[in-house]
Write a protein that binds this ligand. Structure first.
Ligand SMILES: NC(=O)c1ccc[n+]([C@@H]2O[C@H](COP(=O)([O-])OP(=O)(O)OC[C@H]3O[C@@H](n4cnc5c(N)ncnc54)[C@H](O)[C@@H]3O)[C@@H](O)[C@H]2O)c1
Ligand SMILES: O=C(O)CC[C@@H](O)C(=O)O
Length: 524
């Protein structure tokens, strides 16, 4: 039974889902990094919100970890590269708290425009400070949205409902989608120059860090309102403080801070400044949504192999997972065998899919074959990291499909081009088991096994007997012996599965046989 640790406070609905799905679950929140490192090795899954920060050190200690589930959207608290390198799937819940956060941003916008928190505090202090609060309407004002994805679009919709004009900067926002949202797509500087209020809804990435800079604040109209319910680090907080003190920024409302938790901050106590403690996602509905979603996604992956909302590997539906499993196994074996028989750097790999497999999502199949191919040189590679590593090493990866739907069998062909030559291997599934049907151009039919010897030889009478004698003389027991040849008297291939790995000495004895061209040991 897989076991999951819930390490951040989240709705008990997550625990219930895990239990209902037959996943063992511990809820231990408030752990220090050292305490988490001490216990994480026991778990197959780790569920977090934004407090726990699974970094490379924690992930390295998580020897059994298969999945990290983020009950929320932003995953900047997870070292995704470290997770990928270790084959740990990272998934989030991209829609569970989007409405809630959009509503918080609108609430912060109103709070800033009318200084509601301060007015409330002072009224309740008995000051009746009526003359001290003159706000501004949002009606007919221009709202600048930086980042117009899920939440930004929801904020746009709500702002339009308030009869605001909406302009948006988002490098990935198409003009068509902007029109559909009722927003005007603008460049970043234009947004700062034209907006009466700016709200941020981007991830914290290199291109967004400090996007609200001192220089850009200087481009804004006097009286601008700034709202940030995305991530601390998007706003130059010191520059914002100066602009508030100078009366240039009318008001600012931050839900997120560069350093959290923000217990002390230069902005705290500044007039016309509003702060909330990262409450964007904190509603009953949102927390129920993300808890249930993350638990269901993690349970799906741990129990069926289905992947959804993963940041570092292709999605696999629950329906696909069982159908893909034999092909992923075949791809892994084909890749691993080929990778051990290559003796030069890989330049490109083409995956050709034929027959029924073309009807499936072949991304995980390709990833598994890539992992097998690269494993000879990079033992820690896995199907999560393989596509990234291949790209980093400049290996061109192509996929093609031959839709021979009438063909009962499925075939997977790997065409691997190294700096020296091209290799072609073909495999299929027969009675649920993976088999190799063509090895480097030579037709054959062999099952995969943990210990195999690959021999390429001249097609001559007596060779098989001599090869068998060397193995027998060295007490190497043969499990299966598969043969193939291009044509009579040409090159032939022996693929011998043996009970135990052969020693280097035995390999040398085989190499010394007449007619031998190549001898390689394959371990799967
Ligand atoms: N305060 C909270 O509690 C809370 C809750 C949920 C999400 N968030 C934060 O809000 C962020 C956005 O959430 P979402 O669901 O809308 O994500 P999303 O991925 O749907 O949208 C993010 C948008 O930002 C855009 N973007 C990326 N780089 C950009 C750049 N350099 N300039 C402008 N736009 C850029 C993307 O194209 C995308 O459209 C999350 O990454 C998360 O950090 C905070
Ligand atoms: O979990 C939270 O409270 C915040 C989550 C939020 O920042 C997100 O990125 O989804």
């Amino acid at each position: 039974m897989p076991k999951v640790l819930i390490a951040d406070k989240m709705s008990s609905a997550a625990t219930q889902v895990f239990k209902n799905r037959g996943v063992d679950v511990d809820v231990i929140t408030g752990l220090s990094k050292e305490e988490l490192i001490d216990i994480i090795g026991e778990y197959d899954g780790l569920a977090v919100r934004s407090t726990t920060r699974p970094d490379a050190e924690i992930i390295k200690a998580a020897k059994n970890l298969k999945v990290i589930g983020r009950a929320g959207i932003g995953v900047d608290n997870v070292d995704i590269k470290a997770a990928t390198d270790q084959g740990v799937v990272v998934m989030n819940t991209p829609f569970g708290n989007a409405v809630t956060t959009a509503e918080h941003a609108i609430a912060m916008l109103f709070s800033a425009a009318r200084q509601i928190p301060s007015a409330s505090t002072r009224t309740q202090n008995g000051e009746w400070p009526k003359s001290d609060f003159k706000g501004v309407e949002l009606f007919n004002k221009t709202l600048g949205i930086i980042g117009c994805g899920n939440i930004g679009a929801l904020v746009a919709e709500r702002a339009l409902g308030l009869k605001m004009k909406v302009i948006a900067f988002d490098p990935y926002l198409t003009a068509e989608r902007a029109v559909k949202l009722g927003a005007e797509k603008v460049e970043l500087d234009a947004l700062f120059q034209r907006a009466d209020a700016i709200t941020l809804h981007t991830p914290l990435v290199d291109s967004t860090k400090g996007i609200v800079s001192r220089e850009r604040l200087g481009m804004t109209k006097k009286g601008i309102i700034i709202v940030n319910c995305a991530r601390g680090g998007l706003v130059d907080e010191e520059a914002l403080k100066d602009a508030l003190d100078a009366g240039h920024v009318r008001a600012a409302a931050l839900d997120v801070f560069a350093v959290e938790p923000a217990k002390e901050h230069p902005l705290f106590g500044t007039p016309n400044f509003i702060a909330t403690p990262h409450l964007g996602a904190s509603t009953l509905e949102a927390q129920e949504n993300v808890a249930v979603q993350v638990a269901e996604q993690m349970a799906d992956y741990l129990l069926t192999g289905a992947v959804s909302n993963a940041l570092n590997t292709p999605s696999i539906t629950a329906e696909e997972a069982p159908r893909l499993k034999p092909f992923v196994n075949l791809a892994d074996n084909l890749g691993a065998m080929t990778g051990q028989l290559l003796h030069a750097p890989i330049k490109s790999v083409e995956f050709t899919y034929k027959g029924a497999v073309t009807q499936l999502n072949t991304n995980p199949v390709t990833a598994a074959a890539l992992a097998g191919l690269l494993k000879a040189a990079m033992p820690d590679v896995n199907m999560v990291s393989a596509p990234v590593l291949a790209k980093e090493r400049g290996i061109e990866v192509k996929e093609s499909y031959v839709d021979e739907a009438e063909r009962a069998e499925s075939l997977i062909r790997l065409t691997v081009t190294t700096t020296e030559r091209k290799y072609v291997v073909v495999g299929t599934i027969y009675r649920g088991e993976p088999r190799i049907v063509r090895l480097f151009g030579v037709p054959m039919d062999a099952a995969f096994s943990p210990n195999m010897v690959y021999v390429r030889n001249e097609d001559k009478p007596g060779f098989i007997g001599r090869l068998g004698a060397v193995l027998g003389d060295n007490k190497v027991n043969i499990a299966t012996f598969s043969l193939g040849r291009m044509k009579k008297g040409d090159e032939a291939v022996c693929l011998v599965s043996v009970d135990e790995p052969i020693s280097e000495s035995v390999a040398q004895q085989i190499k010394s046989l007449d007619a031998v061209k190549i001898v390689d040991v394959v371990s799967l």
